[in-house]
Design a protein around this ligand. Structure first.
Ligand code: NAP
Length: 205
């Protein structure tokens, strides 16, 4: 069994490095790129997974500390797939009352850390994890050196608002001025560009 799933971080950002705008829904990518990301749910991949004896559709996973998630949100209602919610031990009773049986609440310990979450997913048979953060979530996977691949889409626009959310927050990243990441591929997808970075020796082309 793998210690942790092959972990791919996927994110779209503006030219000036922002991924979201407070209070409004920001469309950074284009239809062709949404289709590329959505390929994980394609009929062909579902058949391949069934043939390999694994779940036909990927499970969905989220993390929460405050446990204010809406059980009627699209994340919980869409798709007939297992949904896992990791939260700190102290919040488990509240999360179970709020979200079960729609989702399975997992005790993430004193503080949910992405290493523990990744190991737990491996135990549950997850071989491949696609992380669609938020800057806070991406930062934790990157600074804890838990990512094998980064797929970064750059949209042809500026946000120009320092209140917007950046791709990552402050932290000590394994890739820095003294240790550059490996750029594995560059691809144009309509009006956006997809950059693929290999972040570990497990990177699969
Ligand atoms: N462009 C893109 O590809 C893309 C993709 C996704 C999101 N976004 C944008 O990103 C922005 C949000 O990013 P963000 O940096 O504010 O946050 P984030 O990475 O989305 O994480 C936000 C929430 O995740 C939970 N969380 C994170 N780490 C946790 C931990 N260790 N333990 C428990 N819970 C944890 C917390 O939930 P609770 O508050 O429930 O405790 C936290 O408020 C939004 O504007 C969104 O639109 C952009």
């Amino acid at each position: 069994m793998l210690e942790r799933p092959y972990t791919l971080l996927s994110c779209a950002m503006s030219i000036d490095g922002y991924i979201g705008s407070p209070g409004s829904r920001l469309l950074l990518s284009n239809d062709a790129d949404f289709e590329r990301v959505d390929v994980v749910r394609s009929p062909q991949l579902r058949e391949e997974r069934t043939a390999r004896g694994v779940r036909p559709s990927p499970i969905k996973v989220t993390v929460t500390e405050r446990v204010m998630l809406d059980p009627h949100a699209n994340f919980f209602t869409a798709g007939d797939v297992e949904k896992l919610v990791y939260c700190p031990s102290t919040r488990v009773p509240e999360a179970r009352a709020r979200l079960e049986p729609t989702a399975t609440v997992v005790d993430g310990g004193e503080r949910v850390d992405m290493g523990g979450l990744s190991s737990d997913l491996a135990v549950r048979g997850v071989e491949r994890l696609m992380v669609e953060g938020g800057g806070m979530v991406h930062t934790q996977f990157l600074t804890d050196d838990l990512a094998d691949e980064l797929q970064l889409v750059v949209a042809p626009l500026f946000l120009g608002d320092s209140n917007a959310t950046r791709f990552v927050r402050d932290g000590h990243f394994p890739w820095n001025p003294g240790q550059r990441a490996k750029l594995a591929d560059v691809r144009q997808v309509g009006d956006v560009v997809l950059l693929r970075y290999a972040l570990s020796s497990r990177f699969r082309d």
